[in-house]
Design a protein around this ligand. Structure first.
Ligand code: FES
Length: 74
């Protein structure tokens, strides 16, 4: 199976010991209904460690706090 995505698909990648990497196009709406547009081919990082001060976005806190997430699906 190819790991290269079609250009019209949203791609979500779990980064080892880090955030979710999202490749657009998407519209992200946070818990306060703030909307963020991410154009085709643009990439952003969403926090999955829970420590970011800029949620839903990653601010690098995972690296400073030793977040560990390398589990694999089986
Ligand atoms: S994953 Fe980067 S700050 Fe949470």
């Amino acid at each position: 199976m190819s790991t290269e995505p079609s250009s019209d698909r949203i791609v979500v990648k779990a980064v080892d010991n880090g955030p979710y990497q999202i490749k657009g196009p998407i519209r992200l709406v946070d818990h306060e209904n703030n909307s963020y547009e991410l154009g085709p081919g643009r990439t952003t990082l969403l926090c999955r460690c829970g420590m970011s001060a800029k949620k839903p976005f990653c601010d690098g806190s995972h690296a400073r706090n030793g977040f560990n997430a390398t589990e694999r699906s089986t």
